[in-house]
Every structure is written in C-alpha cells, then in structure tokens.
Design a protein around this ligand. Structure first.
Ligand SMILES: Nc1nc2c(c(=O)[nH]1)N[C@H]1C(S)=C(S)[C@@H](COP(=O)(O)O)O[C@H]1N2
Ligand SMILES: [Mo]
Length: 384
C-alpha cells in the first residue's frame, strides 16, 4: 500500500478529532505539530512534515501550512545569546548577534523552497528516502541582509570560491553534522540573503529561526537553517551532505541502476514543474464550471506558460497565470473547466519555463529520487 495514503487518512482522522488508531504502522499515528495545520507526518521527531495539496493554492504559503524537513533534532536557541561567526578566508573575522544582522540593509525576497526529494514517491522502481508526494514545497517572503554585504564586511579573500554553512543542529550517532557549501557566484547574487523573517514574522524555529540561508531557485538542502557558522574556503566541504547526498547523475542511468560516484554532480537549480492544488485526485465534482488551481515554478527560470489538458493529454490549452511575477517565486495558475459531460475525466497540467524547458511525462530515474517533475495527472469524477 502507498504509505502516504495511509498517512493521509490518519491526517484526516486527526483533523476530524477522532482518536488515533493504535496501528502497527508508525506513519499511521499522525500527531498535530504545534503551529501547523494537519500535515502528512513522515516523521514526528525530528519533524518531517508535508503540506496537503490544497494548502498550496495561494501565492504565499502561510507558515502553518509550510512543509518542514530536518535531518537532525532541532536545536534550542536563545535568540539574545545567538552568535553567527564568519571566518576562514576572510581578513576580518566577524562574530555577529541578531541585532548586528538587523543593522545591515534588509531586503525582501519572495522565493519558493522545494526539497530536492519532493515527488520521490513517484519513482519506479521505488528509491529509499522520505516518500514525499508533492507537498515538500512552499512559497514565502523572506527578509534579511544580503550575503554579499556580510561577506564584504568580513573582507572575504578573492581566492575564496565557496562558503561552508553550518547550523546550530549537531551530528548525532549515525547522522553527520549538516554542512553545505555554496559557490561564491551564487552567494554574491542580489537575492541570496540570510533570512531573519518569513512572511513578515520573525523566522520560526522550525524553519531555521533566528537565521537561515535563502538560496533562491536552488534545492532546499542549500537553505541551511539556524546558521551559526560561515567559513570561506577554496574547496567545497567533503562531508556527507555534499557527497554523496544531494547529487544527481551526470549521465542518465537505467531505472534501478547505479551511477559512478565521480559522475554525480551537486544539485543546484531546481527544474520546471507544476501541479494541481485543487481539485484533489479522485475528487467528485458537480457538472458545471469547475475551477482548477495550482502552482508552477522553474527554479532559477521564470515560467513562460502553464497548460491544461482535460482529456488525458490529447489537447492542451493555456491556463491563466497569477499576476505576482518574481524570478524565484512560484506562479499561481487557474483554469475554469467546463466538462463536456458527466463521467471520469483525466486532467493534466504542464509548465514551460522561459529557457524552453518543459515537463517530461516521466523524469529520469535516479538512485536517490531527486528532481521529480513529471506532468501531473489527476482523475476527477463529474456527476450530473
Ligand atoms: N541546519 C539544517 N538546515 C537544513 C536542513 C537540516 O537538516 N539542518 N534540512 C535542509 C533541507 S533537506 C530542506 S528541504 C530545507 C527544508 O526547510 P524547511 O524545514 O524550512 O521547509 O531545509 C534545509 N536546511
Ligand atoms: Mo530537502
């Protein structure tokens, strides 16, 4: 059975206020996590929480609907005592408190955060890892200082090619410390910031508060939470979360196959994708106008068009795209569908970015199940 279905039923039960069943399946016990709506709970500690599709119909994803992913238990941080150290290849090492970060010019960046493993449960053969459906994604307004300004204040050496970002969460038993290296070309971009706030609120702890890295267009693993150390280096970090994790085969591999470790590249920009927020797969609707809604985004590329098919992919027509248009943020789309008649209809959505990339029917299988962006198909029963 599909574990995410099990989880989803448990979520709905929890939402309805019925007591949890004492099921043998761990994922069947879906606790409510403080500050969140009912979510698909992949793990309750450390929290790995997935948004339900219907939470993703709006341009901004509210904090209580935003997915959560963490490899390690979340640290307890006293904001007043928090320090961020910037060292390594710099002329003046910095030791900054939160107020120091607030004293830099502040910038707001609307940007979509998506886990590289979002959609992993679609890959066949199945791959290990959290079996995310489509909700390991959200769009928010992040605000804080530019990395560029912080690095200039530290007088970063021109020989530094990367910075290693480490958060206040520490390695535990078999799980190594979470450290990510980001190349300087991305760190110097105007939109790469250290976020102190999310959707106008102080950055919540679950999302890396008091400070996290925002790497617009890049996979979620780059967006290090609880950043307390930035080390400038000539070479990328060699730890687990840079290698072998979060890498993608340079040459496509046969489904179920393997790739040579030296032919795996670090994932950077995310790929073009779209999906339905409503209706949900399997929904019943009344004959008449049906409003279809969802989102589309293209990582570092802007969306050029979103198309809908209501006949299983035979014919396509353009959806209306929402007016909020920022390079690194998703676009909402909607389409008013007039079903030709009662019965079961297969609806599809596909997006194309300005660079001309569009979504495949079946994305390339890869050993860790990253970057799923297949054209979504849902079934809807129209009743007269
Ligand atoms: N310090 C730290 N930062 C982290 C992680 C982590 O485990 N530790 N997980 C990363 C991954 S894999 C993702 S997808 C995003 C998820 O961000 P969110 O929990 O705010 O949605 O955080 C990233 N930043
Ligand atoms: Mo992730």
């Amino acid at each position: 059975m599909n574990p995410s279905r099990l989880t989803r039923r448990a979520v709905l039960r929890a939402a309805a206020g019925t007591p949890f069943a004492t099921s043998a399946a761990a994922q069947d016990a879906s606790p409510r996590i403080a500050g969140k709506r009912p979510m698909l709970v992949h793990n309750d500690f450390p929290e790995d929480l997935e948004a339900l599709p219907e939470y993703l119909a709006t341009w901004i994803t509210p904090i209580d609907a935003f997915f959560v992913r963490q490899h390690l238990p979340r640290p307890t941080i006293q904001v007043g005592a928090f320090r961020l150290v910037v060292g390594g290849m710099v002329e003046s090492r910095l030791d900054l408190g939160i107020q120091d970060l607030r004293d830099f010019p502040q910038f707001t960046v609307p940007a979509t955060l998506e886990c590289a493993g979002n959609g992993r449960n679609n890959f066949r053969p199945r791959v290990p890892g959290l079996q995310w459906s489509k909700g390991a994604i959200g769009n928010a307004e992040w605000r804080g200082p530019r990395l560029r300004d912080v690095l200039a204040k530290a007088r970063a050496s021109s020989a530094a090619a990367f910075a290693d970002f480490n958060g206040a969460d520490n390695g535990l038993a078999k799980t190594p410390d979470f450290i990510r290296s980001i190349p300087m070309r991305k760190l110097l971009h105007d939109s790469t910031i250290l976020a102190l706030s999310m959707n106008g609120q102080p950055l919540p702890e679950l999302h890396g508060g008091p400070v996290r890295l925002i790497v617009p267009g890049w996979d979620g693993a780059s967006w290090v939470k609880w950043v307390n150390s930035i080390e400038l280096t000539a070479q990328p970090n060699a730890g687990f979360y840079m290698n072998p994790a979060y890498r993608y085969p340079r040459f496509s591999v046969a489904p179920g196959g393997t790739a040579k470790p030296e032919e795996m590249d670090v994932i950077e920009g995310m790929v073009v994708k779209s999906f339905f927020a409503t209706p949900s797969d399997g929904a019943k609707v009344r004959l008449g106008l049906v409003s279809l809604k969802g989102i589309a985004w293209g990582g570092e590329e802007r969306i050029a068009k979103v198309e809908i098919s209501t006949d299983g992919g035979a014919r396509w027509s353009s959806a209306a795209v929402g007016r909020e248009d920022y390079r690194f943020a998703w676009r909402t789309w909607n389409y008013n569908w007039k079903p030709v008649g009662a019965g079961y209809h297969t609806l599809c959505v596909r997006a194309t970015d300005l660079a001309g990339h569009t979504q495949p029917i079946e994305p390339a299988w890869n050993p860790s199940g990253y970057l799923w962006n297949g054209i979504e198909r849902i079934g809807v029963m129209v009743e007269s």
